[in-house]
Design a protein around this ligand. Structure first.
Ligand code: SAH
Length: 204
């Protein structure tokens, strides 16, 4: 089976699991070649619904997880999004497609070797800025953000990230293994849990 065919199968599988209902998220999944975000020896597994090793004991998230988190963010075209945990760069590429030319993605990776590889891969996604830094304190220079996504699990949502979220903004992050969605509203923060997911730990 060629990669395009296995991509279509994967998308159908994710739809069966209840995600990819949003048209722009589904289009982003169709457009971004996941095989370019995994090590060469993993290319043939690029469209299986599993996380894959990317070196440094880290992983590219499971495609279903990327779909579920991206949808929970409810991103609109033109949004400014902060990602903590660039890893392979795949999630950042998906976000880039969704925010479009008028939007912006800032993504932080703490491990230098992964940062260097991801920055190179994301060169053609010119609305994405890749930074080599600890993202647990956010990125004050470009705050506030419309959306914040953390792709490593922490003990709780870092307060710096909540501060850097715009009013009306949404943050998605695994806390232990619970996927937490926080909406910042006039009256305060609204928090809900949308499911259980396995993640590598956030360095704090
Ligand atoms: N979104 C990624 C998933 C990567 S796994 C993808 O699409 O492939 C999580 C990543 O978070 C790892 O690469 C890890 O090095 C990074 N990370 C962990 N703690 C971090 C921190 N405090 N700041 C920035 N990146 C961090």
């Amino acid at each position: 089976m060629d990669l395009e065919e296995s991509k279509k199968r994967l998308i159908a599988e994710i739809e069966d699991m209840g995600a990819l209902k949003n048209r722009r998220v589904k289009e982003a999944f169709l457009n971004v070649p996941r095989e370019n975000f995994v090590p060469p020896e993993m290319r043939r597994y690029a469209y299986s619904n599993y996380p894959l090793p990317i070196g440094e004991d880290q992983t590219i998230s499971q495609p279903y997880t990327v779909a579920a988190m991206t949808e929970a963010l409810e991103i609109k075209e033109g949004a400014k999004v902060l990602e903590i945990g660039t890893g392979s760069g795949y999630q950042a590429a998906i976000l880039s497609e969704i925010v479009g030319n008028s939007g912006k993605v800032v993504t932080c990776e703490i491990r230098e070797r992964l940062f260097v590889i991801a920055r190179e891969r994301l060169r053609q996604y010119w609305n994405v800025t890749v930074l080599n830094k600890d993202g647990s304190k956010g990125h004050r220079q470009e705050a506030p953000f419309d959306r914040i996504i953390v792709t490593a699990s922490g003990k709780d949502v870092p307060s710096a990230l909540l501060e850097q979220l715009k009013e009306g903004g949404i943050l998605v992050m695994p806390v232990h293994s619970e996927m937490i969605v926080v909406k910042k509203e006039k009256g305060g923060l609204k928090r809900k849990m949308i499911g259980y997911f396995a993640f590598v730990p956030l360095k704090e």
